[in-house]
Design a protein around this ligand. Structure first.
Ligand SMILES: [Fe+2]
Length: 303
């Protein structure tokens, strides 16, 4: 498969059919996923996305996926937020450090992203193999939040990493994963078991899975010249993400990314990107995500 179609379909489309969660889960003991340190480089408001590294980002492409379940290791947790952040190929973290390599599109949140689990508890993302820093093994950071609010902070390490020895594996049980080399890059699976009862999940999932739980309302004026007001409604407590993308799907910036109470809201976009620079005239997409549902509306900037 060519890289382009692999990326377009995403790892869920490409690998999902061949790797069934139940077969993975039944072949191992059921253990709550161990926690690990948060570290100093987590930041709030990571954008929702499954590709954390643009195609020019230096490093080996890597595809990580898995299933988030309750403490029975079987019941999937839908609409869990899987927050991932990592160092670049040279061990540098955006937001906190001035990285001298990579990040060709000046993305404030380069190598950071939030993924929402689907109805099977499945999450997946594409990125680059994290680099080394401060003598630490390569790792992804994870902060997983279930719809009931339970949080698990952990990290994902790799058996192929020469810095991982037996002691490290013993002290990070279940967090050191094998990687398979494919023509598209490295592929690994990290399933996550939250310390949460299945019954709690089924109750708390309901508000998040409502198809009518939110709406992207009036966008005014459209076309717009200086700024556009975006009205939206949410009918339940939940995580709201509203972002601006160009028509090729390239992320421009996030307007909102936080837990909100039900109600009617509005937010204004003044036609600038994440670095504060004015964007070019043309069509853009407003994409609102609530739980695992998405609504999109087209807007046009005319200067
Ligand atoms: Fe780290």
């Amino acid at each position: 498969m060519k890289r382009r179609s692999f990326i377009k379909n995403g790892i869920i489309g490409t690998l999902g059919a061949g790797i069934m969660p139940s077969s993975i889960l039944s072949s191992r003991d059921c253990t709550i996923t161990h926690s690990d340190i948060l570290g100093p480089y987590w930041s709030p408001n990571h954008p929702h996305r499954t590709i954390l590294a643009n195609l020019e980002e230096p490093g080996t492409r890597i595809f990580i996926s898995g299933v988030v379940t309750t403490n029975d290791c079987e019941t999937p947790i839908q609409n869990a937020l899987v927050d991932v952040w990592q160092a670049n190929n040279d061990g540098c973290y955006t937001v906190f450090q001035d990285c001298q390599s990579g990040n060709s599109n000046n993305d404030q949140y380069n190598l950071r992203g939030l993924i929402v689990t689907d109805q099977n508890g499945y999450y997946g993302f594409e990125s680059i193999f994290p680099g080394y820093y401060a003598g630490r093994p390569r790792h992804f950071h994870y902060k997983v939040t279930s719809p009931s609010g339970l949080e698990l902070v952990t990290q994902c390490y790799f058996k192929v990493d020469p810095l991982i020895d037996e002691d490290w594996e013993e002290n990070h049980l279940g967090l050191v994963i094998p990687l398979e080399e494919t023509e598209n890059g490295l592929v690994g699976i990290l399933d996550i078991v939250m310390n949460e009862e299945a019954s709690l999940t089924s109750i708390d999932n309901k508000p998040f899975s409502s198809p009518n739980g939110f709406s992207l309302d009036t966008l005014y004026p459209n076309p717009f010249n200086n700024s556009i007001k975006i009205d939206f409604t949410i009918n339940n407590l939940g995580y709201v993400d509203i972002g601006i993308y160009d028509i090729t799907g390239k992320w421009i910036l996030n307007l909102i990314g936080k837990q909100m109470q039900s109600g009617k809201y509005n937010i204004v976009w003044k036609g600038s990107d994440v670095a504060g620079n004015a964007v070019a005239s043309g069509p853009y997409l407003v994409i609102m995500k609530f739980g695992s549902s998405i609504q999109t509306k087209k807007i046009k900037l005319i200067k």
